[in-house]
Design a binder for this molecule. Structure first.
Ligand code: 2AM
Length: 177
């Protein structure tokens, strides 16, 4: 199974994120039920490894924190803009929690994550035609801001890749103290 550790976004943030889904030709909006913040992508694991991941997360002592979404950005691949995301306000509490998750994943036997943590919520995948319209779109939504909202649990998600969109399923919730 394919897993990742993240934050299932509270309703208050989802309402605000929905305001970003305006006209942007060529944007394939991520279905609302798939909105999340990834703290650690785990990837394909065996059932035994999944158990170790679950155990490591269950023993992690994380603290609640306030999550604020702010600003917009894009991911580029081969010089092309391929995804649009909402940013996350820098927060020592979130960084600390993400570090704890990383340590827990290594305790569960995963190789260390080499990529720097760059928290974001992907809201759309972009086709070529959306690129020309992007500057105006980004300008119109530049001041996007949602929250702060208290986050009181982590979630272990499974991900099933599909033809249209992936299906992300919250499998286990781990309360934050
Ligand atoms: P993304 O939204 O920027 O694509 C499930 O795929 C989640 O894990 C997504 O939030 C995705 O980020 C993130 N992720 C991080 N590294 C990944 C990888 N190597 N492959 C797929 N998804 C990854």
């Amino acid at each position: 199974m394919r897993l990742f550790v993240g934050i299932d976004l509270p309703h208050e943030l989802r309402i605000e994120l929905a305001s970003l889904r305006t006209s942007l030709p060529g944007a394939r909006w991520v279905p609302e039920e798939n909105w999340h913040l990834t703290l650690r992508f785990v990837g394909e694991v065996t059932p035994n490894q999944a158990e170790d991941v679950d155990l490591a997360l269950a023993t992690l002592r994380g603290k609640r924190f306030a999550l604020t979404l702010t600003g917009l950005g894009t991911h580029t691949r081969n010089g092309r803009e391929v995804a649009l995301w909402a940013g996350v306000e820098r927060s020592p509490a979130l960084e600390h929690l993400q570090n704890k998750v990383e340590t827990a994943m290594q305790r569960a036997g995963l190789a260390p994550e080499r990529k720097r943590f760059m928290p974001h919520v992907t809201v759309a995948r972009l086709d070529i035609i959306s690129e020309a319209k992007l500057p105006a779109y980004v300008q119109a939504h530049n001041l996007f801001r949602a929250g702060p909202v208290e986050i009181d649990h982590l979630t272990l998600f499974s991900s099933q890749l599909g033809k249209e969109a992936a299906v992300y399923t919250p499998e286990v919730a781990y309360p934050l103290g």
